[in-house]
Design a protein around this ligand. Sequence first.
Ligand code: BTN
Length: 256
Amino acid sequence: MKPLDLDRVRARLPDRAIEWVETTSSTMTDAARLAARGFPAGTAVVAEEQLLGQGRHGRAWHSAKHSGLYVSVLLPVATPPGALPVLTLALGLAVADAITRSTSLACDLRWPNDVLIGEKKCAGILAQLVGDIVIAGIGVNVNHPSFPPELEGIAASLRAASGRIHSREDLLVQLLESIDAFMKILTEDGTEQILRLFAQASSYVFGRRVTVEQDGPPLEGVTGGLDPSGFLILRRPDGSRCVIMAGGVRPYATGA
Ligand code: BTN
């Protein structure tokens, strides 16, 4: 598989600062360095390969060379106060939108922002607040022919889902455009519109029997929508209602 043709990307996004690194520990640290040096919102760092790719909850992100998109984008903190959790939902919508527009593959969203094809994860998002900047780290499994054994059964690549190789250049251009579009919706139409769009796009928001992994024992229940902050409402088997502010959601499985 060949390296990203950055000239092609830059030709289509002439006003965008895009840094490219062949091998890095994580584009999150590269982006934080650029933010500290005063690079503007919108700046993107793309890597061909990450040696210490970071996932949510301290997990690693599998970052095979020349196969995926590993990108971190500097974003201004969402203007409505307290909108950060909703911003992470907006990023999920943007990534799903970009994948569908550039590959025609339909995506699902698992709260807060795992992008799925069927039940398998094809993209993940890590949002970190650094001073007055949000670093949005996005990993997309694009052309991976296979995954390590621990990810088999839970990870999907766009290639495996469609049976063809996809242009990472087209996907990167679309991704940056979709992020801009959803950030505009967030700032101009407000958090309610993002919550509405997320609920429409995700099969996990209403009526899904799930297990939530968080600190402490896993919680089971049926999803009951999003609260105004973008947190997930869970109806417990005992009739109580709890609000999930962080954690990993997965379909309930007997014996889980
Ligand atoms: C998740 O666990 O779902 C989030 C994965 C985020 C991975 C991306 S790849 C680009 C950026 N750099 C990293 O080290 N992590 C994010």
